[in-house]
Structures are given as structure tokens and as C-alpha cells.
Ligand binder design. Structure first.
Ligand SMILES: NC(=O)c1ccc[n+]([C@@H]2O[C@H](COP(=O)([O-])OP(=O)(O)OC[C@H]3O[C@@H](n4cnc5c(N)ncnc54)[C@H](OP(=O)(O)O)[C@@H]3O)[C@@H](O)[C@H]2O)c1
Length: 254
């Protein structure tokens, strides 16, 4: 696999896992374009990494994605690697009548509909690339649902199965499909979720990017760093046991 001189687009690459992956791709001589909704955050990233390219673009907005496709085509002549990374996680108790239904639908939009939308619109560019790769960032929770984040767990399982289903369809078009299933990683997403009572030690994002890079460059298609490897195994060997272990408090603190 070609690991340098590629044009890499990372959604939600202005922070957390996306930014660590961006750094890794840049370290290895690739051109990296990151997107996000918050322009100030992206501009700060541009100050820290002047070689990075930033675009304010919301993965849930059809017009944003179409305009991103056009701008990237004009400026870079297309992409070789699409990383569907943007995501949010809501903790909620489904039994609470006061839950925000629209927020739950927004979570499905960002986490599941958006990767499908991004691939749909960037497909022509990927088909033209000599070494195209789609990387979907799902979660270890695709193997074992986390009760405190029920909609999130559903979206990640959906991304996982979608990734498996499209892999043989894209192969004849020379588009390699890779899935990264991170464990708990120390980012805003996991901090906001306040997982401290759950006895899960977050992995630093730089460490995740290092483990990802090793497996990615070895041609691995399903990348399961840290605890995700155990979740995968246990979901097959003892699914009820691991579900109970992960979900001792099934209701979120707040
Ligand atoms: N952290 C973990 O423990 C963990 C574990 C497993 C999987 N993951 C997955 O890893 C991915 C990255 O998460 P993270 O932990 O790095 O969280 P993060 O630091 O909160 O980063 C998420 C990024 O997504 C962007 N984003 C959110 N909604 C967007 C939208 N509508 N359009 C464009 N960009 C959007 C955010 O930027 P803006 O707010 O500026 O848009 C932000 O840069 C997610 O898919 C997450 O589910 C995380």
C-alpha cells in the first residue's frame, strides 16, 4: 500500500482522534485536509500545523459536502484517502420521557448517515485514485453495546456492518476499505461522557494513531487497538458476560 504522497481527507480532523490521525499521515509525507463545523478550532489547528489544509464543512449538510467535493477537486485534483471520523456520543436513559429526540436523530445523522453521504459524493474521486482507501472510524462498542449510549452503540454497529458489506463491492474498483474500532480514547468525546466511574482507562490519541499506523501499513482491514481486541473476542466467546461487565451501571450519572 502506498503510504506517502497521498491526499487524505479526514472529517472531524480538527481535534481528538481525527487530529492524531492527521498528524500521523502528515509525518509520513501525505497531504492532509481536515474538516469540522467550528472554524476557530480549525484555524487554531492551522496555526499549530501550517502544512494542514482546513475546511469548515458539516458532514450532515448536503450543500457543505457537495461544495467540499468541488473545492477539493479544484485545489487538489481529488483525494486518495477518505477518513470518516466525525462523530458524537450522547449518554442517555431511554426510559426518560424528557430525552431530546432530535439530538438522538442528529447522532444518527453524524455517526451513520454522514459516512454514507461522504462516500457517495467522494466516490468519483476515489475511483480515479491509483491507490484509494476508505477508512471508517467506528468503535469497540460496535462489538458490545454500551447501554449508557444506546443510539451511539447502534450507529457504530451499523457503521461496522456497512463497512463489511461495502468492502467486497469496492474491491473491484481498487478502493480498499479499512475500519478503525478505537477503545476509550482520551478526547473531548470521552471526557464529556464522564466515563470515570466505569473503570475504563482512556488511551492517549497519539498512542491510538501509532497503533493504527502499524496495522494500517501492514494492510490490516479491521484495526482493533487495546481493549477493542478483547471486546471483539469476548463478544464471540461470552457475549452475555462481557455485556454485563461493560454495563454494570446501565444508566448514565447525569
Ligand atoms: N474518544 C473515544 O473514546 C472514542 C472511542 C471509539 C470511537 N470513537 C470515535 O472516534 C471519532 C472521533 O471522536 P473523538 O473521540 O476524537 O471526539 P472529538 O475530539 O469530539 O472529535 C470529534 C470531531 O468531529 C467533529 N464533528 C462533529 N460533528 C461534526 C459534523 N456534523 N460535521 C463535521 N465534523 C463534525 C468535531 O468538530 P466540530 O465540533 O468542530 O464539528 C470534532 O473535531 C468519532 O467517530 C467517535 O465516535 C471515539
Amino acid at each position: 500500500m502506498n503510504q506517502s504522497k497521498q491526499k487524505v481527507l479526514i472529517t472531524g480532523g480538527g481535534s481528538g482522534i481525527g487530529l492524531s490521525l492527521a498528524q500521523k499521515f502528515m509525518e509520513h509525507g501525505n497531504t492532509v485536509i481536515v474538516t469540522g463545523r467550528n472554524l476557530a478550532k480549525l484555524e487554531k489547528v492551522k496555526t499549530d500545523f501550517p502544512q494542514i489544509h482546513i475546511y469548515q464543512s458539516d458532514v450532515t449538510k448536503e450543500e457543505d459536502v457537495k461544495s467540499l467535493v468541488d473545492q477539493i477537486q479544484t485545489e487538489f485534483g481529488g483525494i486518495d484517502v477518505l477518513v470518516n471520523n466525525a462523530g458524537i456520543m450522547l449518554l442517555l436513559d431511554t426510559a426518560n420521557e424528557n430525552n431530546d429526540l432530535q439530538k438522538q436523530f442528529e447522532e444518527i445523522e453524524i455517526n451513520y448517515h454522514a459516512p454514507i453521504r461522504m462516500l457517495y459524493y467522494f466516490l468519483p474521486q476515489l475511483k480515479k485514485s491509483k491507490s484509494a482507501t476508505l477508512i471508517n472510524v467506528s468503535s469497540g462498542l460496535a462489538y458490545v453495546p454500551f447501554a449508557q449510549a444506546p443510539v451511539y452503540s447502534g450507529t457504530k454497529a451499523a457503521v461496522h456492518l456497512w463497512t463489511q458489506a461495502i468492502r467486497p463491492q469496492l474491491k473491484p474498483h481498487n478502493i480498499k476499505v479499512v475500519e478503525l474500532l478505537p477503545p476509550v480514547v482520551d478526547t473531548k468525546l470521552s471526557k464529556d461522557a464522564d466515563l470515570k466511574d466505569d473503570n475504563l482507562k482512556p488511551m492517549p490519541p497519539e498512542k491510538l494513531a501509532e497503533l493504527f499506523w502499524k496495522d494500517y501499513t501492514n494492510g490490516k482491514e479491521e484495526i482493533t487497538p487495546g481493549l477493542s481486541k478483547q471486546l471483539k473476542l469476548m463478544s464471540r466467546l461470552a457475549p452475555k458476560f462481557i455485556f454485563k461487565q461493560l454495563n454494570k451501571p446501565a444508566i448514565p450519572n447525569k
